[in-house]
Design a binder for this molecule. Structure first.
Ligand SMILES: Nc1ncnc2c1ncn2[C@@H]1O[C@H](COP(=O)(O)OP(=O)(O)OP(=O)(O)O)[C@@H](O)[C@H]1O
Ligand SMILES: [Mg+2]
Length: 510
């Protein structure tokens, strides 16, 4: 999943993830509740409104039919009292039914917006029915004043005439009212059917929508869970790296990208890894130093004395041969000199071992660093020039005096100078600069030995201070180890900065 900008911490991501989930599920629930209550209102409207009203309309229409049919039979009746009684009864029940219908329509409150116009129409029609019935009242009075009954003579010819006309008008008006009531009842039935159908459709729509939204919310939940899990993955990397280090892979490092807390942890972890690695390296170094110490002691006893007597005897032998003279003697003398050279080399190696093993505690006195450097450079200029290396000194003025053991410092710097000369000789010549300056902070002094030689490959640069590490055929690999030891004994630090083709720079800070 793409990284969302700005969400750089795990806690922020988890909060956002939960917020998204809560909002989504809350939204879906709220939507469902709103829809359910809408459906509920429609159901209530049908159950308590439209259905009873439709039944009432049916009842009303039946009463109207009976009344209308009775009007046809009036002339066949023979008793005015019975006609009046039945007519009054029909009129009363019709009036009661209509009143009830009007009450039902009035009771329709809290109607959903889509139904308001329909309900208003129902009320209007019911009011019109009531008006029509009211209009008919005088006609009934006229009819009942002297009803035109079969075989009953009129009491008053004019009243009988009016009754006859009233009956004819009533037949017309009640017929019309019956067909209007019949339409009204059918309309009510259609409303019930249409609303029920709409209700069914809404229910199925709401069900599908709720299911769909629920599914979407679940999918979102899964995605959020995956996202949160992925945010925590870097912790797994940390755990694996910790295991690797515990298993001895001290060079193991962790990718420092990821959420802020993890990146911070990874950085701390890498710092710790580097510290452990350098501690481990120091440990190996000091173990080797201890071995060198023991070796040096035995070399002193077992090798040094025999070596010097071999050298001495070879010298004597050469003198004897010189006294003999002759060609064969000349060849033998050359062999003796070769023996002496090798003995000298071996002696100097044993010296180096001894130096290293028996490095005394430095005797610290305040010294002018520039003076030490200048003297050393002057002393080494000739021999270095012979090997193609030009030495230059660039000395800062007004440096503070520093507490050092001048002998040991000279030895340390000499090792750096000789390494530079070795590198330059190999490259066919170049310059080595020795610089002094005030260290950043102004309280310490830095001595830099920089050459423009071939440089040190990156995979080698970490090992140059290890005892016995050398890339040279005849190197002991003790030069820089000794330099490092001297600098450390002085409470100082030494750093190397080198890359192939860029030369090499050693900086000693004291
Ligand atoms: N100025 C330099 N340029 C290039 N490589 C260097 C330089 N200084 C040190 N090195 C590398 O560091 C290694 C270790 O140096 P160190 O002085 O400890 O031993 P060495 O010079 O090989 O042997 P020794 O000092 O006993 O003659 C060298 O073999 C060389 O590969
Ligand atoms: Mg060296």
């Amino acid at each position: 999943m793409a990284r969302i900008r700005g969400l750089t911490t795990i806690s922020a991501r988890i909060v956002v993830a939960f917020a998204v989930l809560i909002v989504t599920f809350g939204g879906v629930s709220a939507y469902s509740v709103v829809n359910l209550s809408r459906l509920g209102r429609q159901i209530r409207l049908i159950r308590t409104g439209y259905v009873p009203l439709a039944l009432q309309a049916k009842e009303l229409e039946e009463k109207q039919t009976q009344l209308r049919e009775f009007l046809d039979d009036v002339t066949a009746e023979s008793s005015a009292a019975r006609v009046e009684a039945r007519l009054r009864s029909y009129l009363a029940t019709r009036a009661r039914d209509l009143r009830e219908a009007i009450e039902m329509a009035d009771a329709l409150r809290d109607v959903p917006p889509g139904h308001r116009a329909g309900v208003a129409d129902i009320r209007r029609q019911l009011a019109e029915f009531a008006e029509a019935i009211d209009r008919a009242a005088p006609l009934y009075d006229a009819l009942l004043a002297d009803p035109p009954l079969a075989g009953v003579a009129p009491r008053d010819a004019a009243a009988r005439d009016r009754a006859q006309q009233a009956l004819e008008r009533l037949v017309r008006s009640e017929t019309e009212l019956r067909s209007r009531l019949s339409r009204f009842w059918r309309w009510q039935r259609r409303i019930v059917e249409a609303t029920a159908l709409h209700l069914e459709e809404s229910e199925s729509y709401v069900r599908q929508l709720t299911l769909g939204l629920g599914g979407l919310a679940v999918l979102l939940g899964v995605l959020v869970a995956v996202w949160a899990t992925r945010s925590l993955l870097p912790l797994k990397r940390l755990q694996l790296a910790a295991r690797r280090i515990a298993a001895g892979d001290y060079a193991s490092r962790i990718d420092e990208r990821g959420p802020a807390e993890v990146a911070e942890l990874a950085r701390e972890f890498n710092v710790m890894g580097r510290a452990v690695e350098s501690r481990e390296r120091d440990l190996v170094r000091s173990e080797r130093l201890a071995v060198v110490g023991k070796m040096a002691a035995s070399i002193t006893h077992e090798v040094r004395n025999p070596l010097s007597s071999i050298g001495l005897n070879a010298e004597l032998l050469e003198e004897e041969l010189a006294a003999l003279g002759g060609d064969a003697a000349g060849e033998a003398r050359a062999l003796c000199r070769a023996i002496q050279t090798e003995v000298d080399r071996l002696t100097s190696i044993t010296e180096e071992y001894l130096n290293f093993a028996r490095l005394p505690k430095p005797k610290l006195h305040p010294h002018d660093i520039n003076a030490i450097v200048e003297q050393l450079v002057d002393f080494e200029r000739e021999p270095l020039a012979a090997r193609g290396a030009t030495v230059v000194a660039e000395l800062a003025t007004a440096l503070p005096r520093v507490e050092v053991d001048d002998q040991q410092l000279r030895q340390a710097l000499l090792n750096l100078l000789r390494n530079a000369a070795d590198a330059l000789e190999e490259a066919g010549g170049g310059t080595v600069a020795v610089r002094t300056r005030l260290a950043p902070g102004g309280r310490r002094v830095q001595i830099e030995v920089a050459d423009d030689g071939p440089g040190i490959p990156p995979d080698v640069v970490d090992k140059v201070f290890d005892p016995f590490f050398s890339t040279k055929d005849r190197g002991t690999g003790l030069g820089l180890a000794l330099t490092l030891q001297i600098v450390r004994e002085h409470g100082g630090a030494i750093e190397v900065d080198s890359a192939p083709g860029r030369g090499t720079r050693f900086v000693v800070t004291l």
